[in-house]
Every structure is written in C-alpha cells, then in structure tokens.
Write a protein that binds this ligand. Structure first.
Ligand SMILES: *Cc1c(COP(=O)(O)O)cnc(C)c1O
Length: 294
C-alpha cells in the first residue's frame, strides 16, 4: 500500500482535577486525532501498514463494539483502501457495526466457535485465498508491528511540552488491553521515563506475557479492571461524570475511565510526590461507549 504518510497529531492538554494533590497531569488526546478515526488503534495500524507494502488493503477481526475495526474501517474510508472485518458472533446492528458498513468495510460473521478458532494455525488460510491482495492484521492490531506504530507518541509529546511550560515529564500512565500501546511507549523511551499500564483486564489475560515479548523493562502493570473486562460499577460511572464536569474530559468505562480512576487511587495512596509530571494517554474508545450508555 506504500508508505503511510498520513500521521495523526494528538494534542497534549493540561488538566486540573482536585484529587491531583500537587501532581501535574497532561492528557494526550488520541480521541481528538481525526473526525472519523479515533484512539490508539490507528497508531497501531500504521505499524502494520508499514509492513503491508505489497497489499492493497487490510483484513482483520474483532467484536461488534470493536474500537480496532472501527478505526480500520474509518481509515479505509479516509484513505481509500479496501477493508474486510471478520466479526465475533452473529449478525447484529450495534452502532459500531452500522459505522463499519457505512465506512464500506466488508463484513463476515464467524459465529462464536468460528471466532474462537482465530489462533489456530490454519485460521487465515481460507481468508488469504479469498482475499489474496489484503494484508492480515491480528486482533486489536497487536504484536511488535503495532507497538512500533505507537512509538511516535513519545515524539509528539516532546514537541508539545514547551507550550505547556514543561521542561520535561516524569512518567506515562495509560490503559492497557493487550499492552501493545504501552510496549510501544516503553520501546521508544528505552528506560528514560517509566510507563505505567493500568490493565483493563485481569492479570490472567496474558498482558505481561504480551509486553515481555516486545520490550524488556521500563514499565509497570497494575490491575485496574475492577473485577473484569467491561465490568462497570456505580463508583466508576460517577467518577467519569465528575471528571467530565470538572474539566470537560470525556472518558468511557472500559479503558480510559478505569485507567484514570486507578491513577486517582495511586495518587491518594501517595505513590507520586507533589510536582511529579505525568502524561495520561487518552486512548479513545468513545465510539464503543454508545453501546453501553444507549
Ligand atoms: C484497545 C484499547 C486500549 C488497549 O490498547 P492495547 O494496545 O491493547 O493495550 C485502550 N484503550 C482503548 C480505548 C482501546 O480501544
């Protein structure tokens, strides 16, 4: 598909919240990179596109609320390349699925059993035969290629520090699902600044293993899942509301809301000294929120 020369710009914004207790926070707004494409998934995809020189489009897979498929379909529409989505379960019209169709993504529903087979060695064979000119991207856009696509975020933050009056920063804080985005930041930082990953999934989902396969050290994982992926509780929803009212920052309950709430708990526990400067990555996901809040 040739080199992807369109790299989104993520604004860095200072945020005031009463629980910060002297810790300074700036939010890297990946939710604001583009009117159609949102979040960390496009950065991960650029890493895969860099490897897809011979292909004319992308085939990938995900669920009926998938932020990954949404970003892929939106990018295909924006840049004019074909996309195919392999979906978990049976046909349903979620807001995400309606967008995928509107963006021109070709959909195939795999059922639940068919989707579970996605890690089998021969899973891709029939799809490669049907779509020989499309480059396959794993679920969520993960792996080392996906991580490398996120490395540019470090540079984007550095360039915007002077506008905030910051001479530097101390650490990163972000939600982790597979840990690919965190791994990309840790790769680019090479130990210069610690990267904290607030896990949206419980420990047994293999996040640590995913990250270790890509980068050695420079990061720390914390469980922010609140009992399970997509598990939502009133305290979390209140926190998301309160944050929006306090500073206008929109969060969703699966990743970014849990990540910021986990940061609040750590600040209150005294993990960060007053004056510490943190970069919180808003990884997007607001489109998926439609399925949960109506
Ligand atoms: C996918 C996703 C994540 C997790 O990213 P990983 O690279 O898998 O850790 C975090 N936040 C949002 C909003 C996401 O959609």
């Amino acid at each position: 598909m040739g080199p992807v020369d369109w790299l989104p710009h993520a604004p860095l914004e200072p945020v005031q919240l009463d629980w910060l207790n002297g810790v300074e926070l700036a939010v890297l707004r990946l939710d604001l990179i583009d009117p159609l494409i949102s979040g960390n998934k496009w950065f991960k995809l650029t890493g895969h596109l860099a490897q897809a020189q011979q292909a004319c489009g992308i085939i990938s897979l995900g669920g009926a609320y998938s932020n990954h498929l949404h970003a892929l379909a939106a990018a295909g529409k924006r840049f004019g390349f074909p996309t195919v989505g392999l979906l978990r379960g049976h046909p349903q019209d979620t807001p995400t699925v309606l967008d995928l169709q509107a963006f021109g993504m070709q959909l195939h529903w795999l059922g639940y059993g068919g989707y579970r087979a996605r890690h089998a060695p021969d899973f891709w064979l029939p799809w490669r035969e049907q779509y020989p000119q499309l480059h396959p991207v794993p679920e969520g856009g993960g792996g080392r290629a996906g991580a490398l696509g996120c490395a540019v975020l470090v540079e984007q933050v550095r360039r915007q520090l002077p506008a905030l009056g910051w001479a530097g920063y101390d650490a990163w804080w972000l939600a982790a699902g597979t840990g690919t985005t965190l791994a990309g930041l840790a790769l680019a930082e090479a130990g210069a600044h610690r990267v904290y990953g607030a896990m949206a999934v419980p420990d047994d989902h293999g996040v640590a293993r995913n990250v270790e396969a890509i980068v050695q050290g420079g990061y720390e994982l914390l469980d922010a899942s609140r009992g399970g992926f997509a598990r939502v509780d009133p305290q979390l929803l209140d926190f998301i509301d309160a944050t929006h009212q306090a500073c206008g920052l929109p969060l969703e309950p699966l990743y970014t809301g849990k990540a910021l709430l986990a940061l609040k708990a750590q600040v209150e526990a005294g993990r960060f000294m007053p004056g510490t400067r943190l970069i919180f990555v808003h990884t997007g996901g607001l489109q998926g929120r439609r399925g949960f809040t109506g």
